[in-house]
Ligand binder design. Structure first.
Ligand SMILES: N[C@@H](CCC(=O)N[C@@H](CS)C(=O)NCC(=O)O)C(=O)O
Length: 107
């Protein structure tokens, strides 16, 4: 990955408390897994930034390397990689996600 791309990703993650790298947009997710995480965050009512990795092949391959995670969606909370769709569903159901989001948004 180029240093420029890494700097761009560092910046978006550092400047937004909740960032989802998804296929499509929050209005029009183009994959069921991406749609699920968007719906979870919508239900939680938290502000979040969505990045469409389908709009940029560099970003699509770069994020796999950056997160060391092979698929999308990829969710970052407070600058740290949190997980993908399965992890979000589990954390939502257990209540851990609510806790993490509150910590992030109040920090
Ligand atoms: N089990 C995964 C499901 C996500 C998944 O399998 N995503 C695939 C299909 S949308 C993917 O991103 N593949 C890599 C790619 O398309 O570049 C999760 O928990 O997030």
């Amino acid at each position: 990955m180029s240093p420029e791309l890494k700097a761009e990703i560092d910046s978006v993650i550092a400047n937004n408390k909740i960032v989802v790298f998804i296929k499509g947009t929050r209005q029009f997710p183009q994959c069921g897994f991406s749609n699920t995480v968007v719906q979870i965050l919508n239900v939680m009512g938290v502000p979040f930034t969505d990045i469409n990795i389908l709009s940029d092949d560099r970003l699509r391959s770069g994020m796999k390397e950056y997160s060391q995670w092979p698929t999308f969606p990829q969710i970052y909370i407070n600058g740290e990689f949190y997980g993908g769709c399965d992890i979000m569903i589990e954390a939502y159901q257990s209540g851990e996600l609510k806790e993490q989001l509150e910590i992030a948004l109040n920090s």
